[in-house]
Ligand binder design. Structure first.
Ligand SMILES: Nc1ncnc2c1ncn2[C@@H]1O[C@H](COP(=O)(O)OP(=O)(O)O)[C@@H](O)[C@H]1O
Ligand SMILES: [Mg+2]
Length: 363
């Protein structure tokens, strides 16, 4: 596969503060690549360096093998879409999209053909004479994207473009953007603080924290095989127990939690007895009232504190009987657990393969 974008050891220091810290990654042609991280972790700064709006303090950025350092923004084969779409309100849809082509000095007929083709591919054919204000938020999004795509960038950079939309529209646009990217095949680099956006749309996601990339992986691997405690907490929900390794044999370990439970879990690398660890367990890894005859399950009792009904994503909030921590337990929606009430004591089981264990203070 051809590499469209490559960043090597890219760093940006403002005064004393390192906003982007030695970041390296590559994006193959046609990929939907996301950079996911909390507000302030350095996402926009990184994107601005790719676009040429900020010069890196150090490092190398290449697009299709061409060095971009020192190349002005308008000479780079990239376009950038912000949350504030910056469409021209006085121009109609067609004029908005034609703007960049006119600046490039393309001919009238070519412009007409390209505008019509791109409107078609974002499902807005026939909208060219509409005013921007006549469009819905989702349609305006698509015009902003069309306005960039018509210039045929090698890479389209998107900085939290759905941030200003309401939840329902955001959910809809997630699916639309993913379909659109698959259809046109342009390489997307998408930044967001919303893990669900990144997970749903992307081929690969880089999780960013304090200016560094912690893990670059498929959404499935980020969720199932987080490499750092930060990724385990930031991507999806997790329950965390603090404890110590009691026994260890190869990749199996026994952990004594601070609240006195003993759990068996698999570990990724051998950990020594006595080591302080955090154990992460997904809400859906917990089995409610498991059959007595299932062997090899960790079991503990909890008191149900709340039933958080949310359709297919419903959970129980509960306290382990021997601890004052709170844990989340996924509640499958086949109604077989409708009998559960607040203050009930129930047994929870989990398989040792579901646990994820990190040495404490690893991050
Ligand atoms: N021009 C600047 N001068 C000084 N600090 C900046 C500048 N731009 C961004 N920062 C700082 O760099 C950090 C990362 O910012 P940013 O890249 O905008 O994060 P994100 O997009 O992930 O929210 C923040 O702490 C921000 O205050
Ligand atoms: Mg930002």
């Amino acid at each position: 596969m051809d590499i469209d974008l490559s960043a090597q050891n890219v760093t940006k220091v403002f005064e004393e503060f390192t906003a982007v810290d030695n970041v390296s990654f590559e994006v193959e042609n046609g990929r939907f690549f996301s950079i996911l991280g909390p507000s302030g972790c350095g996402k926009t700064t990184l994107l601005r360096m790719i676009a040429g709006l900020t010069e890196p303090t150090k490092g190398r950025i290449e697009i299709r093998g061409e060095n971009m350092i020192g190349i002005s923004p308008n000479k780079r084969p990239v376009n950038l879409i912000f949350q504030h779409l910056a469409l021209f309100p006085m121009m109609d849809v067609g004029e908005n999209i034609a703007f960049g082509l006119q600046r490039r000095g393309e001919g009238r007929e070519t412009i007409k053909r390209k505008v019509s083709a791109i409107l078609d591919s974002v499902d807005l054919s026939g909208f060219d004479k509409k005013k921007i204000e006549q469009l819905s938020g989702g349609q305006q999004q698509r015009v902003a994207i069309a306005r960039c795509l018509v210039l045929e960038p090698t890479v389209l950079l998107l900085d939290e473009p759905l941030g200003a939309l309401d939840l329902k529209l955001r959910e809809q646009m997630k699916v639309e953007l993913k379909k659109l990217q698959a259809k046109i095949g342009t390489t997307f680099v998408y930044i967001t603080h919303d893990q669900s956006e990144a997970m749903v749309m992307s081929d690969y996601v880089a999780v960013m924290h304090n200016g560094k990339f912690e893990q670059i992986d498929t959404p499935q691997n980020l969720y199932n095989k987080p490499q750092t405690p930060f990724v385990a907490q930031f991507v999806g929900d997790n329950n965390i127990w603090s404890g110590k390794i009691r026994k260890a044999e190869g990749l199996s370990a026994e952990i004594e939690t601070d609240d006195g439970s003993v759990f068996k879990t698999k570990v990724d690398k051998a950990l020594k007895p006595g080591l302080e660890v955090n154990l992460f367990l997904r809400p859906e890894a917990m089995v409610i009232e498991p059959d007595k005859c299932i062997e090899d399950l960790n079991r503990f009792e909890v008191i149900v504190k709340s039933i958080l009904f949310d359709g297919a994503n419903s959970r129980l909030l509960a306290n382990p009987v021997n601890a004052n921590t709170e844990i989340l337990i996924a509640l499958p929606q086949n109604r077989q657990y409708d009998y559960i009430q607040i203050n009930d004591k129930i047994e929870i089981g989990w398989n040792k393969k579901s646990g994820i264990c990190f040495k404490k203070n690893e991050d």
